[in-house]
Design a protein around this ligand. Structure first.
Ligand code: AMP
Length: 428
């Protein structure tokens, strides 16, 4: 079949790499894509916000499956519109995507279904929110409702910090004034990313992963979209996986089905593994970026039939197989990220880097630049490259990934040097 992927980051490059390898894929398109994705798929300049244009393209190119990468088009209802036009699409409907679109919605769903999550309350005004913070004490977590690209959360260490966060969010510090905030208890433990493929009725777990959100070594500095990831996550033992499915994922799938909004697609649970077991921090309604990159490297099964089974409600008897090897990815970003950064610098050494044993390089933000001395790969975003590798252990994958990083000549870029440190320490 012909397949269209929507998105332009490292996650979509990894999906394109995996989908292009499927014997079921005839022609693969990606909109808008990037310079790396262009190796796997034909990149097309479609505006994903223009659903009618996406539908017209699918009809013209006889697209049998649309795979939606990022959350924004899902929350905007692109799956609803594609399905209404008779086009199969992988991802949740607008209603089901509220799991990511509204923190208050998700917290209420958890409460109603006994899904473990931090105690919380929702607020529409600053005064009541501050009273709650005073009553509850610090540390405490303040979250703006709605999509905020990872910037809408403040883990406040003091009551003063929490009050400042409340004023900032209601005062428009995130762009628009928050219409609602959620305040919740601070959970203590180790974070992990859990992914499940859902078909509206049932779910199957994917491999576990952990990411590094902070920009600096030792998990310091401001939060980012993710500076690296690895799989498997040692904290996710078989027993913990079972508990997450039984206590968190399956009750959510059942609750949404009962509410008339069956969840199809990838459900990404951000977890805190506490001493009492797993707690849900948040849901995302798509693959994590950069977790997707390491999952695709470890997936042995063909992804395309799994996605079709999820769309068709046929996951019940489905099984996915994984390579036992570990995978790790190091994000190379433009200097200045997550603040302001330049674009257009030349990246060299990618072919040499790709020759490192077990290495695979996905592009997150690149473009081809045509210059007098030939074509070059240019940086075109904050997060620019995902330098990945497989290995017998996280430690071996880490060593290979950094060997590949060191072959890349890009003075305007930087990366963390300690991706995977927790897992490597455990392996020792
Ligand atoms: P979120 O956007 O909800 O994933 O939150 C971003 C980050 O804030 C998470 O990855 C956690 O590190 C942290 N965080 C969010 N909620 C809590 C919580 N209740 N307790 C502790 N840390 C949290």
């Amino acid at each position: 079949m012909n397949i269209l992927i929507l998105g332009s980051g490292g996650r979509e490059h990894a999906l394109a790499w995996k989908i292009a390898a499927s014997p079921l894929t005839d022609k693969l398109y990606c909109a808008p894509g990037n310079a790396g994705i262009a190796r796997e798929a034909e990149c097309v300049a479609l505006d994903v916000n223009d659903h009618a244009a996406v539908i017209a393209f699918c009809k013209d190119k006889k697209i049998g499956l649309v795979v939606v990468g990022p959350e924004a088009p899902l929350c905007a209802g692109i799956v609803d519109d594609l399905e209404a036009a008779g086009i199969k699409a992988f991802g949740p409907t607008k209603w089901a995507a509220w799991l990511e679109g509204s923190k208050g919605f998700t917290k209420d769903l958890c409460k109603a279904n006994n899904i473990p999550t931090a105690a919380y309350q929702r607020f529409k005004g600053a005064a009541a929110a501050k009273d709650y913070v005073h009553a509850r004490g610090a540390p405490i977590v303040v979250k703006a409702d709605g999509l905020a690209a990872g910037k809408g959360v403040v883990v406040a260490q003091t009551i003063k910090e929490a009050e400042a966060a409340i004023d900032m969010m209601f005062g428009g510090g995130l762009g628009e004034p928050a219409w609602e905030i959620v305040i919740e208890d601070c959970l203590v433990g180790e974070e992990a990313s859990f992914f499940a493929l859902c078909d509206g009725e049932t779910a199957i777990a994917l491999a576990s992963a952990q990411d590094h959100k902070r920009v600096g070594d030792g998990d310091t500095g401001p939060n980012t979209g993710g500076m690296g990831a690895y799989s498997p996550a040692p904290v996710m033992t078989a027993e913990m996986n079972r508990r997450v499915m039984d206590e968190i994922v399956l009750p959510t799938v059942r609750a949404l089905k009962k509410a008339g909004a069956p969840y199809k697609g990838v459900l990404f649970a951000g977890l805190m593994i506490t001493k009492d077991g797993p707690q849900l921090i948040e849901y995302n309604v798509r693959f994590g970026d950069p977790e997707c990159q390491v999952l695709m490297l470890r997936m042995m099964s063909d992804l395309v039939p799994a996605m079709i089974a999820a769309c068709d409600g046929q996951l019940k008897n489905f099984d996915l197989r994984w390579y036992a090897e570990a995978a790790l990815t190091v994000v190379m970003a433009s200097k200045g990220y997550p603040g302001s950064y330049g674009k257009g610098s030349v990246i060299e050494g990618l072919d040499e880097a790709a020759q490192v044993e077990g290495a695979e390089i996905f592009h997150a933000g690149t473009v081809v630049g045509h210059r007098a001395d030939g074509d070059h790969i240019l940086a075109n975003g904050g997060r620019v490259l995902d330098v990945c590798a497989r290995g017998k252990s996280v430690r071996e994958a880490q060593a290979r990934a950094y060997e590949a990083v060191d072959r890349i000549k890009w003075p305007e870029g930087f990366c963390r040097r300690d991706i995977g440190w927790r897992a490597v320490e455990r392996e020792r």
